[in-house]
Ligand binder design. Structure first.
Ligand SMILES: *Cc1c(COP(=O)(O)O)cnc(C)c1O
Length: 479
């Protein structure tokens, strides 16, 4: 393809994208096709001869769209949101055009330097302590990871290498394998599954601790577990505090946990994957009180801050524990400016990395902090609207305090009744929700996800839930 065709193709695609997104409400949110639907719709082999780009445009509605779950429909309330905005889409075009691999500073200086500055911008927007920011002139700084799961693993590996070194100094007679076999980390039982997975990948024990009756991990629970393990000859090294759990968006008691970690010299990582975006609004920062006690902090602009996947922001006070622990330095990656700017290859698992800071730069400039705050506040207000509608119907109960854009609710009654309700709601095909279960209580989660969502959409979704409940309760009465 040459430039004239590219221009026509791209312009045509931009029209298609704008049309798709602006009218997304009209598409059924969940596809109705069966597994294997796609193969019969495309040829058995790749074409021998080049096709015109118009042939692809013609196939989008026939082949792709019938199998798409429309995450950006205001009718989509499953999981947590994933971000989408025009500035981020355009930035990804440019990233695709430059198509550099920014593993070292010299491999594309703008790729590294814009990332350093954007993470400073973002850290200031959240009110992170200066120690996390590169602008402080200290060691700390931020990095864009692909996902929160990677950030949790990177933090775990850093914590592991820090505790390994400390323990070796105290017990030079112990082998590395002996020390690793004693390491133990901790998280809330309600922590994301990626935390457990980080323990498995990192080859260390990870204990899931019982939260309080509001599903928050408390300082006492962490202290008791750590002290018990120390008595048993283990070496506590890592705690993950979750701000905004995936199941019900509860917030661990960061200040309490932070004080325990400081007393015991344990690395504290904060996973605020979803809720972290809300800290750009000062009125929600009470939920991250104690963040100055953390060693690393992570949230996903690609969830709730209008930066398309993938963009997971992570800050470390002492990145040297990652950088030095996994520093392999082959000659072909060496350069003369080593040390004067971060070589981000040391901060992450893969070597290669895209120019993702462009997405942040475009979104932050073209929205401005003010509009991003408006967007967050608007979603939270819509969640409270749904909460109000739901609470006013005596057949329903709210099962967790609504703090962010997530409402956890259920029909008063058995888990089976609520399973049936969810099946009805998704079966009617107009809105999409997923369930969760805590302590054997099954409930439904309604997340406000779409950038296009407004109060009318919430009323529509509530009407759907109500109608489905009418059907379910009627069949129960008839039985
Ligand atoms: C979504 C989520 C994750 C996982 O995020 P990825 O970026 O997909 O890895 C981790 N923790 C919490 C609390 C989440 O909500």
């Amino acid at each position: 393809m040459e430039a004239p065709d590219f221009k026509d193709f791209a312009k045509s695609m931009v029209d298609y994208i704008a049309n798709y997104l602006e009218n997304i409400r009209d598409r059924p949110v969940l596809p109705t096709i069966e597994p294997g639907y796609l193969r019969p719709l495309v040829p058995e082999r790749a074409p021998e001869r080049a096709e015109p780009w118009t042939a692809i445009m013609e196939d989008l509605e026939r082949v792709v769209m019938p199998g798409v779950t429309h995450w950006h429909s205001p009718r989509f309330h499953a999981y947590f949101p994933t971000a989408n905005s025009y500035p981020a889409i355009v930035a990804d075009m440019l990233s695709g055009a430059i198509a550099c691999i920014g593993f070292t500073w010299i491999a594309s200086p703008a790729c590294t330097e814009l990332e350093v500055v954007m993470l400073d911008w973002l850290g200031q927007m959240l009110g992170l302590p200066e120690q996390f920011l590169a602008r402080s002139g200290g060691e700390g700084g931020g990095v864009i990871q692909g996902t929160a799961s990677e950030a949790t693993l990177v933090a775990l590996l850093a914590a592991k290498s820090r505790m390994l070194q400390r323990t070796k100094e105290q017990h030079p007679e112990w082998t590395e394998a002996e020390i690793v076999s004693k390491l133990v980390g901790y998280c809330n039982k309600q922590a994301h599954s990626s935390v457990e997975r980080a323990g498995l990948l990192g080859g260390v024990r990870l204990r899931q601790l019982r939260p309080d009756d509001r599903h928050r991990l408390r300082g006492d629970a962490v202290r008791d577990a750590i002290d018990e393990d120390i008595r048993n000859g283990l070496i506590p090294f890592y705690v993950v505090a979750t701000l905004g759990t995936t199941s019900s968006c509860s917030f661990d008691a960061l200040q309490e946990i932070g004080e325990v970690c400081r007393e015991r010299g344990v690395w504290l990582h904060v996973d605020a994957a979803y809720a972290g975006s809300a800290f750009i609004c000062p009125e929600y920062r009470y939920l991250m009180a104690g963040v100055e006690l953390a060693d690393s902090f992570n949230f996903n602009p690609h969830k709730w801050m209008l930066v398309n996947f993938d963009c997971s922001a992570m800050w470390l006070k002492e990145p040297r524990w990652v950088v030095d622990a996994f520093n392999v330095d082959p000659l072909y990656l060496k350069h003369e400016q080593q040390g004067s700017a971060p070589d981000y290859r040391h901060w992450q698992i893969p070597l290669g990395r895209r120019f993702r800071a462009l997405k942040l730069w475009f979104v932050l400039r073209l929205y401005g902090v003010e509009n991003l705050q408006k967007f967050i506040r608007n979603h939270i207000a819509q969640a409270h609207l749904f909460e109000k509608l739901c609470a006013a119907d005596e057949r329903f109960e709210i099962v967790e305090e609504v703090i962010m854009g997530l409402v956890c609710f259920r029909l008063k009654g058995s888990n089976e009744l609520n399973e049936e309700l969810l099946k009805r709601i998704n079966g009617r095909g107009k809105i999409h929700l997923v369930p969760s279960k805590i302590d054997d209580v099954y409930f439904l989660r309604l997340a406000v996800c779409s950038r296009f969502s407004d109060d009318n959409d919430i009323h529509f979704s509530w009407q759907e839930v109500k109608d489905a409940a009418d059907e379910v309760l009627k069949t129960h009465k008839d039985k």
